[in-house]
Every structure is written in C-alpha cells, then in structure tokens.
Design a protein around this ligand. Sequence first.
Ligand code: PMT
Length: 397
Amino acid sequence: MLKDINIVLGVTGGIAAYKACDVVSRFKKLGANIDVIMTKSATEMVNPHTFQVLSQNPVIVDTFTTPRYWDIEHISLAQKADVLLIAPATANIIGKVANGIADDMLSTTIMASTSKIIFAPAMNTKMYDNKIVQQNIEKLISLGYKFINPSSGRLACGDVGKGKLADVDNIVEVVKNIIKPNSDLEGKKILITAGPTRESIDPVRFITNHSSGKMGYSLAKAAFERGADVTLVSGPTQLSSPKGVKLINVNTTLEMYDAVMSNYKEQDIIIKSAAVSDYRPEIVSTNKIKKSDGNLNLTLVRNPDILKELGILKENRILIGFAAESQDVIQNAKSKISRKNLDFIVANNIKEEGAGFGSDTNIVQIINKNGEIEKIAKSNKIEIANRILDKVNEFFK
Ligand code: PMT
C-alpha cells in the first residue's frame, strides 16, 4: 500500500497519454494521493476531466492563462510530492529539464522539486534514438533523475522499434520500489524513542542534553519507509514529525516512561535512541529560584531506567539500546547489553567528529549479545538507521 504517499504525475503530449489514466487509477487503488499536471499538448490527447475523475483531485492544466496561480502552485506541488513521475515523457520535456528550461507548470514544478523524479519516455523510435535526446537522457541520469525505459514494438506512427511507453505494470512497480525500496518490515510494529528529556528545576530552568532527535527521527522515517507501523516517542526537538508515524511528544523522563510503558506491549521491536536523563531534581520549585550570595545545591533523584525495565518485560520482542559514550566505548556498551537484556546495542563515541549529538552523521559500532562488533563508518543518520534496521530484520529470517 502507498498510504500517505503523494505522487505528482506530469502528463505530456504523446499519444500514450491515454495510458496515464491507467497509471492514475492503479496508484489510487494502492492508496496514494495523486495530483496530475497536464501540458497544453497533453490536453489535445486526453480530456483533463478524465484525470480529475480518476485522481479525485483538481487537474492542473498548463494554459499559461493564470501565471500567478501556477507560480505558487508549482512550489507547493514540488514540495508535496514524494515522487514526480512524468509519463508519457516527450523529447520536449526531457530536453527542457536537461537544459534548465522552466517555462510552464510542469517544467517549473520539476525544477523546483527535490523529490525523486522519474521519466517514462514515449516517442517515435527515430526521435528516441536521436543523439540529442540520448545525450539529454544521459545527462539527467548522471544528475540522479530516473528513467523507465520505453519498450519496443509497433508505434502509433506505424514505425516499429523502441519508443512505446513502458507497461503500466512496470511503471507502477518501478515507482513503488523507488518510494519504498524495501518493505521488509511490513506488518511489524516498532516503537522508537528520540531526542532529549527535560527535567524542570523551576518555571525557568531545566536539565537536558544535546540530543537533537535526528538519530531517532531517522530511524522512524526509515522504518516507515520499510513498511513498519511506527510509534515515535519524542522528547522536545526542532524536527517535524516524520510522515506516516504516530508521534507522542513528551518532556520529562517520567513522561517518556509512561508513554513507552503504555505502548510497549503491542510492539515487535523497540529501539531506544533517546538521550534520557538519569536524574531529576527532587523538588521542582513552583516559582523562579532567586539568586543569593552563596552556592545553590540541588538534590537530584534517580529516574527510572526505561530500557532496563523493558529488558525485564522483553519476552519475544527485539530490544535495542543505544550507548552514548565518551570513554571505554566498547566495554561500557557491552555491559549495557547484559544489564538491560538487549539483543544488540548501538554505541557511538560522542567525542568523535561527526558522531553522536546534533550532527547529520553518526559513526557507530553495533554490538550483539555474543560481543561481535560491526563498525559503520561515518554516514548520514538515515544510512545508519537503515543499517540498524537491516540487523533488526535478520532476527525475522
Ligand atoms: O539525537 P541526536 O542529536 O541525533 O543524537 C543521537 C544520540 C547521541 C542521542 C544517540 O545516537 C544516542 O546515543 N542515544 C542514546 C543516548 C543515551 O542516553 O545513552 P546512555 O548510554 O545514557 O543510555 C543507554 C540506553 O539506555 C539508551 O538506549 C537510553 O535511551 C536508555 N536509557 C537511559 C537512561 C534511562 N533513564 N532510561 C533509558 O531508557
């Protein structure tokens, strides 16, 4: 299923435009939201009303009559799209994009988009084989654009050769794999904790740490993309909720404890990447603490160790902890595996450049119960998250 996925379909003016109707209805049946942009020449082939009925969304037709409207609309569609599919894609649209021309709704949307862009070309064989078209395709591929090769056969113009729009089945499959490259966690329930906790001292101050939430949010995003049903319990962060994820916001360790404990039972996998405060002030002053000449002593009391408690209640669940260490990384991480009854732990040395708190990257060592260590060199947190989920998936094989 493609629930919560937004596809923007650009239809350009080839005879194969009628096949795009089938593409729309297939994605609708898979649960995706689909917005259609038609070039002016595409409307000569298929009536926009057909796409409107099939997509159940207004169709954007490029008539150049409402430039103010499309000027705003192309940005919002470009941002909204998880994937932008151009099917059929004529030599004209391929040429425009390859050469940085943005002069209508579709080409401006493509240009403004940072999502995955896929072209499914369809045109006359000789046009397709034309060196300029091939160079444009090569250029776009080298820039990261994806292509679904046309198939061979008898074309509408009577020629026989390559240039037929790829089978709709093939187009749908390629797009599905690009959106959800791996659905190995389909049907699995996963709870992830992320971010810091905040322990109030008074209405003004609190004790916290440097966690940005990026590691945990990357895990949540990657797990959702791999088909899992994701619950994310998050301390305060600046991040927006990953799509498709059930987000539970908390502040304190006790709130995180409650949220985890009321959700752990139905989970298959629990990953605790949050940086949790082990202590909280014994007394939270109701008023701002005023300074005086002497020192101020705060008494801190122990917070519950959420991961340790989960280790006791573990049963068949897969339980993964993180270890944020600044010394004796392996030794400290290994002792947490046994103390907290974990399947494995992800250790990061927070003193290393590009690892741990705040950065977009991490450098980790995954240590299992047998003490085996897998090192993952500096990579972005999404990549690290996927490597952790690969390990999780091995438990189900
Ligand atoms: O959020 P980012 O900026 O992306 O940074 C990522 C990170 C550095 C926070 C992350 O990679 C990480 O290391 N998270 C664990 C931080 C931590 O609290 O480690 P710890 O060694 O103190 O705790 C060990 C484990 O016990 C952790 O899984 C922690 O969530 C858990 N714990 C700790 C204390 C406590 N009272 N309850 C817990 O459940």
